[in-house]
Ligand binder design. Structure first.
Ligand SMILES: NC(=O)c1ccc[n+]([C@@H]2O[C@H](COP(=O)([O-])OP(=O)(O)OC[C@H]3O[C@@H](n4cnc5c(N)ncnc54)[C@H](OP(=O)(O)O)[C@@H]3O)[C@@H](O)[C@H]2O)c1
Length: 322
């Protein structure tokens, strides 16, 4: 049994008060140390809802998140027995499958383990444009796994986000040292989304039955191209930062020299190139409907994640990424 802090309307006074109730939800986050899993845990912590986090290495997870007050469970999507043991007593799972050559197999292992257990709801992270004929390997894999989940008989929520604003933080070394960043996305616009909103949407999808057996396209409230993103960063940092589009090949070389396996470097540069398609500039209102508020804008993200120049007084950060 999990405990949830809920807002309750007092019928006599008409006022709300907070009460802790026992719930039958027992939540496991798979991908708990990654971008979206940790953003979801941050939101569960705000709601006072306990969750368990699967990781392949508890010591490493504790080192990365020393202040997390969650139960870590050691296991791997590659190891069916560890999965079966990790999901004993679990009723709801959030899963972000890592980008690897065998990502379809990894998700299938989870479905096998879940179908032999009392898990009744799986929230799966997919990707915007996950279609079986996609020219992106990653999106094709997501499309296969999404369909397997739909066919499994387990209740599902499939979240298909566009790229995260926070991906640009991976370019920080370039931005700081050289004053520019490069991506193979030409001049195309994308309706990028904030990871903090994705984390909150995951938590809401787990808690509320309203989002079951549905697929959601998760985007930010506006489409922006990377020249405009560079402009916003420049204004915030008080110095000129530019975006220099590069080729898919150059991006692959850079990812490979950063140590990524060949399949990953190929698949990531491919999907970045694929984002030039018009569908990735579309704005959907699924996210604001789930959150019941406006999704974060590019300007919100830049304000919170890029600091003011040292000679100006920094503003306090509103919220951290994860
Ligand atoms: N980046 C984007 O803009 C974007 C947008 C839309 C969708 N996506 C999708 O997001 C997914 C990745 O999610 P993310 O960005 O939240 O994660 P992430 O930051 O890439 O981190 C990967 C997570 O997977 C865990 N992991 C790796 N191998 C594992 C295994 N064998 N068994 C169990 N856990 C394993 C890692 O945990 P430990 O190391 O602790 O075990 C870590 O928590 C991908 O499917 C991608 O297609 C990404």
């Amino acid at each position: 049994m999990g405990k949830i802090l809920v807002k309750q309307l007092h019928l006599l006074t008409g006022k709300f008060d907070m009460k802790t109730i026992e719930t039958p939800i027992n939540i496991l986050i798979i991908g708990s140390t990654g971008n979206t899993g940790s953003a979801a845990i941050t939101h569960f912590e705000k709601l006072n809802i306990p969750v368990k986090g699967l990781t392949r290495n508890i010591a490493k997870a504790q080192k990365k998140y020393p202040n997390r007050n969650i139960e870590w469970i050691e296991g791997s999507l590659n190891d069916l027995e560890s999965l079966k043991s990790a999901i004993k007593g679990i009723t709801s799972i959030y899963v972000a499958v890592p980008v690897t050559e065998n990502m379809v197999q990894l998700f299938n292992n989870l479905l096998v383990a879940a179908s032999e257990s009392q898990v009744d709801h799986v929230v799966k992270l997919s990707g915007l444009g996950a279609e079986k004929n996609s020219t992106s390997k990653i999106l094709k894999c997501h499309s296969i796994s999404d369909q397997q989940l739909i066919n499994s008989g387990i209740e599902y929520t499939i979240l298909r986000p566009n790229s995260f604003f926070q991906n640009i933080l991976l370019e920080n070394t370039y931005i700081n040292r050289r004053g520019y960043f490069s991506l193979p996305m030409a001049d195309s616009s994308q309706s990028l989304v904030d990871l903090r909103d994705v984390g909150e949407a995951i938590a809401k999808a787990i808690i509320s039955p309203r989002f079951r057996n549905k697929i959601f396209n998760i985007t930010g409230p506006t489409a922006i191209n990377y020249h405009e993103m560079a402009g916003l960063i420049s204004d915030r940092l008080g110095k000129e930062i530019t975006y220099k589009p590069c080729s898919q090949d150059d991006s692959k070389k850079r990812l490979s020299s950063a140590g990524l396996p060949n399949w990953n470097a190929d698949a990531l540069s491919e999907i970045q190139h694929h984002f030039q398609e018009e569908q990735f500039s579309k704005v959907f209102d699924d996210l604001s409907n789930i959150l019941e508020k406006k999704a974060k804008t590019p300007a919100d993200f830049i304000l919170d994640f890029f600091s003011l120049p040292k000679n100006l007084k920094p503003e306090p950060k509103r919220e951290s990424a994860a």
